[in-house]
Design a protein. Sequence first.
Length: 247
Amino acid sequence: MGMDIAWAREELARFLELTELYRPADPPGVFSVTSRRSNRGSLADIVASAHVVEQILDRVLPRWRTEVPSDRNKSVNRWCQHREAAQRAEAALQRNAEVRARLGDDAPQLSAGAMHPWVWEGARALWHSGHFREAVTAAARKVNAETQNKVGRRDLSETKLFQNAFSQGPPKAGEPRLRLMDDDGGDTFRSVHRGAMAFAEGCYAGIRNPNSHEDGLPELPEHEALEQLAAFSVLARWVDTASLETA
């Protein structure tokens, strides 16, 4: 999950405690037949807790805002959707490790939040709304823009930008290079930069372009979108950590 599960479960439990509904006792000498119920916590405490819980839900159940019913928010209590989502998330966190172990799949899990910030910052908003293909495209645009910023160029983008930036040739006026290692004249230097150019071309030609230009494509499954984000995260990290060589 890429998170502190024990802490997340404590936050969810606290929110569920605050939003529990109960019928307040009647004042002495008063008998009421109202069905009105109140939350156990104060509104201020619930709102503060919800701020954290919503971020946990976005990580554990990215589509909770659309998949968890919200119709009872108006008829029963404004926190009904949050409560059901929190209960689902609690069950997911509690049983996740057990289920993976019992099913024989205890492999590490990929977390988008642990990817390079350029990638997750670009994808986050669309990802949380379930638009995975568009989220990958947005991440690709972010990596392209940050690379343009680093090399100070606006005349090139995507494949041509990376081909020029990772070129093994010496920098020229207005054409700086990104260096993943010092040029010692060896095969490794040539291999690393040739590979970076080819990898960038694959990311944009094989992932970004189809996602952006093919109409009517079905939504990407979440795990496939994660794999595509991971590819751009590798590229982003290379660009971010590369040294800039100028003429």
